[in-house]
Design a protein around this ligand. Structure first.
Ligand SMILES: NC(=O)c1ccc[n+]([C@@H]2O[C@H](COP(=O)([O-])OP(=O)(O)OC[C@H]3O[C@@H](n4cnc5c(N)ncnc54)[C@H](OP(=O)(O)O)[C@@H]3O)[C@@H](O)[C@H]2O)c1
Length: 328
């Protein structure tokens, strides 16, 4: 079968190809899916770069999320059937004609949703639902990198759960338009004026929840901007730079909590939390409560270009690749 393959770590697409790999076989508690649509994510870029903890070995087949029909059930799998339309958080291997995944990370696709729309849910909307679990109605949130795929999803999910002020930051003003379209109350460029702008909008109190995918680069600023008893959640390291120690001394002064979030970690240790949030997000999309905008790609050959666009910070929305139905 065909799959997107990273042959070795690379800063660009020079070691990316579409090639043949063995069709995976479902083991106990697993299913295989004939993939009809799969999402492209920034995490593919981190795996391609060779950031620790992403590619499990080389060559590596990336792909965090895929939708299609169940091809086969491994021993001990209940509640799913061959041919059923499903979507899954795949952790890896989703950018392929067939993917193998633990059954606990698979959700049926609600009636009326296309494979393309469903494939955009596990890595972005599901992540957004989980990252915003601790936010109370009326609470304020600040999201860094608000113009990316996940950044846009976070604004939509925050709005759906009746957050108060929803602020986004971007590294460059060219990424403001996407964030504004997603519904942020204000989109701020991360420059010298950021602190004053956030404090002005929160009457000097700061923000209840800060979601930061920039490693620890902005942790000092986050601690300045978080409200007393607020939370800072670190959930990415876009540049791949070494992570600094958390300045614990400052936590006493700010009365803030700093935590971390990883879908991969949850998939390994508490997959039911992902499955629950994934179903919640799919149902909300099916009811029209959460809009999904997809930037379509036709066939696996187009994936390397989209991954490079994300690496260059010139991605356009949420890329989803469509695959033809398999003959066998
Ligand atoms: N913890 C988890 O389980 C989880 C799950 C999904 C995604 N994530 C993380 O969430 C982030 C967004 O993912 P996505 O799929 O939405 O990606 P995306 O659409 O490509 O957006 C990524 C954003 O990160 C910033 N960026 C891109 N390249 C960068 C670089 N080299 N250095 C610093 N900043 C850079 C850009 O925003 P600005 O320059 O405007 O800041 C860009 O808009 C990624 O860091 C990803 O790893 C984490």
């Amino acid at each position: 079968m065909h799959a997107v393959i990273f042959d070795q770590p690379a800063a660009d697409g020079s070691a990316t190809r579409v090639g043949d790999v063995e069709v995976p076989v479902a083991g106990p508690g697993e299913v295989t899916i004939d993939v009809r649509a799969a999402g492209v994510n920034f995490i593919d870029v981190m795996a391609r770069r060779g950031d620790p903890g992403y590619a499990t070995g080389w060559p590596f087949v990336p792909g965090l999320e895929a939708a299609g029909t169940i091809r086969a059930l491994g021993p001990g799998v209940d509640g799913l059937a061959v041919g059923m339309p499903v979507v899954a958080f795949t952790t890896a291997g989703g950018l392929a004609e067939v993917v193998k995944v633990p059954a606990g990370l698979v959700s049926p696709i609600p009636a009326g949703l296309t494979f393309e729309t469903a494939a955009a849910v596990p890595g972005t909307l599901t992540t957004a639902v989980l990252l915003l679990r601790s936010l109370r109605p009326g609470g304020s949130v600040l999201v860094h990198s608000a113009g990316g795929g996940l950044g846009q999803a976070l604004a939509r999910v925050a709005r759906r759960q009746e957050a108060g002020l929803i602020l986004g930051t971007v590294g460059h003003s060219s990424r403001s338009a996407g964030a504004e379209r997603a519904g942020y109350d204000a989109v701020l460029v991360r420059d010298d004026g950021l602190s004053a702008a956030v404090l002005r909008r929160t009457d000097g109190r700061g923000v209840d929840l800060i979601l930061d995918s920039q490693g620890t680069k902005w942790i000092d600023k986050d601690l300045e901007l978080v409200a007393p008893t607020g939370r800072i959640m670190l959930y990415g390291n876009a540049s791949g730079a070494a992570l600094d120690a958390i300045p614990t001394g400052r936590l006493f002064a700010t009365n803030a909590m700093v935590g971390a979030f990883s879908m991969r970690g949850l998939a390994a240790r508490a997959p039911w939390l992902i499955a629950e949030a994934q179903s919640e997000a799919l149902d909300a999309v099916a009811r029209g409560e959460l809009p999904v905008e997809v930037t379509p790609l036709e066939g696996l050959q187009q994936v390397a270009g989209a991954q490079q666009a994300l690496a260059d910070g010139r991605g356009e929305g949420k890329y989803v690749v469509t695959l033809p139905s398999r003959a066998d």
